[in-house]
Design a protein. Structure first.
Length: 255
């Protein structure tokens, strides 16, 4: 019985070590596995060739380089990011994720690497009526955003008088609802909306004054201080040596 319990204890300990994906584990494996929902340009998307591109992708590549390993990206639906991280399908999430208290109960966040906020794209026929977020909490205003995101949480908490549609799909399909004239406003992260506006200026008005402050952070499994601390050190390093500004400028046109 004692031998059996001892064996189970060893297996459990080994399992925890593997599941945590410490820096040592990753370097022995030779690959950093990064989970992301690759439909959120300019942070992460997949080109026709199958290549992952974006701001988060380049941050992940630079982190992998600092560890001396290659990087492997795992495209994952948004609602599965935390469960799959905890199941050990990848080591870290770098996916334009806002650091909020509810998420901190499920994962450990690294130091924020980007400051975002919620803004609005408004259908041109509503531009005279909608000048700021104060104008949209009305029954005659139809707002769309992406299910499971911080934007959706804010809308459900503070804009309940409006008609809300929160489809569980990629951002471009949510935007299409406004472009098709089936909704009045899209509320979402400002960087995505800025790119979308550049493509659809003929149909949209961009209210680019964000009404929230939202730091984005990479997430690791609870208790994985090894990987969290390594990422924090890496972020400090690339902000000091200019690499962060170079990556930022490539995707956002200046800092």
């Amino acid at each position: 019985m004692k031998k059996l319990l001892c064996g189970l204890f060893i297996l459990l300990c080994a399992g925890v070590s593997f599941a945590q994906s410490t820096v040592s584990d990753i370097q022995k494996r030779g690959v950093l596995r990064v989970g992301m929902e690759a439909g959120y340009a300019p942070f992460e998307s997949i080109e026709d060739s199958g290549e992952f591109v974006g701001f988060d992708v380049d941050i992940a590549k630079s982190f992998a380089d600092s560890l001396g390993v290659r990087v492997e990206f795992v495209d994952t639906p948004w609602d599965d990011l935390f469960p799959d991280l905890n199941a050990g399908k990848y080591d870290i999430i770098i996916s334009g994720m806002t650091v909020i208290s509810e998420r901190k109960t499920q994962v450990d966040f690294c130091t924020p690497y980007f400051a975002g906020g919620q803004a609005m794209l408004v259908a041109k026929n509503k531009a005279g009526q909608i000048k700021s977020f104060r104008d949209i909490n009305q029954p005659n205003i139809h707002i769309v955003s992406k299910h499971g995101t911080y934007a959706a949480d804010i809308l459900q908490a503070f804009f309940r008088n409006a008609k809300l549609t929160l489809p569980d799909t990629v951002e471009d399909q949510v935007l299409q609802i406004v472009l098709d004239g089936k909704a009045d406003v899209m509320v979402y992260d400002m960087p995505y909306l800025a790119l979308a506006y550049a493509k659809h200026k003929d149909k949209l008005v961009f209210i680019d004054d964000p009404f929230t402050y939202e730091p984005f952070g990479a997430a690791v499994k609870k208790g994985n201080t090894s990987l969290r601390d390594a990422m924090n050190v890496h972020l400090e390093k690339i902000k000091a040596n200019g690499d962060y500004e170079r990556i930022f400028s490539e995707w956002f046109g200046g800092k």
